[in-house]
Each structure stands twice: as structure tokens, then as C-alpha cells.
Design a binder for this molecule. Sequence first.
Ligand code: PBG
Length: 322
Amino acid sequence: MAFPIHRPRRLRRSELLRSMVRETRLEPANFIYPLFVCPGEGVKREIGAMPGNYQMSVDHIVRECAEVASLGIPAVILFGLPESKDEEASGAYAEDGVVQRAVRAIKKEVKNLIVVTDVCLCEYTSHGHCGRIAGGDVDNDSTLELLARTALSHARAGADLVAPSDMMDGRVAAIRRALDENGLPGVPILAYAAKYASVFYGPFREAAESAPQFGDRRGYQMDPANQREALKEIALDIEEGADIIMVKPAMPYLDVIWRAKQEFRLPLAAYQVSGEYSMIVAAARNGWLDLERAMFESLTAIKRAGADLILTYFAKTAARAL
Ligand code: PBG
């Protein structure tokens, strides 16, 4: 008879005991902090739906990165808001594009920080989709060339890692080839491998000004109902040359994180996306949840499910509290 021999409460009697048998621990080294770069100088605009996050010009971004590094957070991921948008997303691969300039400045000024760049076209296209439009749809194969150009221009500017988030088929292979053929075989790819068509990206689209002008992203991002398909997507990205794989969003997809961890041997990242962040912050502002505890519980759950790395807007707050 289990009880009264077994009393699991014995190991919960004090914080010291609980801490001794704790299975999952967060550290700043687990985090990647997302940042939004905009044109201009001296610009720092708070994002309405994401309190505590800002669109920042390069000068502010550099200062921010110095602070991030000083907190022991190893990496940032950059998103760009270009000067102007067009059908061909030319701002995405412009040599003096906003992300390219930010990367050069950060690599010059900040030591001990890995700069990851998000590779996607939606912030740069006038229509807000993640690829070239042909016949009213996002054309997969002709988009690959633009994505490869974008990744290459980021790497040439000094990006340490490139992270395609567009969900076109074959983009990891196209990017890998472009980097290799241009003398950059050492730049790794962090693939947004299982990226779902999620409502939780809502606040991000305000932050990055990247909402699609017609339709939605369900023709290229994954159906939230599918788990096995995520394993297929991840396997394909690995075959094409991904070095780190990602599941996104995080908390509504813990089962996918768990299965990816069991099936694959690559470092696994999870993205706690804008809506996950904003929900917690909004509830805390209403006095409905304790911010710090909700933050740590959500991050711990994501790590417990199997994420080695967590992209999170809480990175600075969490690192400070740790
Ligand atoms: C670009 C991209 C998006 C996010 C990361 N990269 C938006 C989207 O796919 O619509 C979302 C990140 C977040 O919500 O925090 N494609």
C-alpha cells in the first residue's frame, strides 16, 4: 500500500528541500531576447500591445544590447522596420537596410553577444506576406531567392546566426547553399521549423508593422491542430541543414516541444511569442496574476517540456530576477 509509506509531501517541506530536488532550472543562458530595429536616430517608441518593448533606432539598439549582454543573456534576435516597403521586399536584403546597419553597429560595439537575425519578408513587403505574390498567392519557389539574399546580406553584415521564419518549403536548403557558395559555411541556421498560424502573433504585428494586407498566413504556416506534421517539418529542415530547430508559439504547443525533444538530437528552441507575453502582462496589470510568478511558471514549463533555448520578451526581466 503506497500510503502511508509514501508521502511525496516530505520533499516539499522547505524551500531548501524543494530546491534540492528541483528538476528544471532556468538560467539567463537559456534566453534569446527579441528586438525591433527602426530607422532614424534617438528613436525609442513603446509598442502599445507589448508594454516594456520598443521600436528602437540603431543607436538605442546598441545600448540595449550592451545591457542584455551585461545580464548574461547570450543572444538577441533582430526584426527590422524598413524605411519603406515594396512588392519585392527590397528593404530585407538592402546592404544598408535597417537590420544590416544594426548588426554592424552591435558587432562593433558590444562584446559577448550573439546576434541572430530573423529572416522573413513580411516586415518588408507592401502586402505584408512572407513571400512574393503571384496570382493572389504567396509563390514558394520564387521567394526562396529573396530569402537567400536576405540571409546572405545579414551574414555579410556580421550576423552570427540566421533564423528563417517564413515557412516556405525549401528555404533552409536555399539559405544554406547561398551562405556556403559565398564563403560563409560557418554561419549556422536556426530554423523556425514548426511554426503555427497562430493568433498569438497579434501584438508582434503591431510591433513589426507586418500584418498581412489581405488574407492570412494559413497557406504557409502550420495548422494548430497538427502534431505529426510538426515532426515532418522539423525533419525536413534538419535534412536541409538546420543547426537549431524551433517550435513556435511555445506554451500552447508544449506537446510539440516535448515530441521534438524526444525525436531529434539538435538544440531545440521555443518562441514564447508576443501574445503569450502580452496576456501575462495584461493580466498582471489588472491585478489578476502575479507577473513574476506567471513569468517564471511559463518559462519553466517551456524548458521542462524540452526547450534548450527560449526566445522571450521576458528575457531581461527574468535574467534580472534570477
Ligand atoms: C515573421 C515573424 C512573426 C513572428 C516572428 N517572425 C510574425 C508572423 O509570422 O506573423 C511572431 C513573433 C511574435 O509574435 O512574438 N514572419
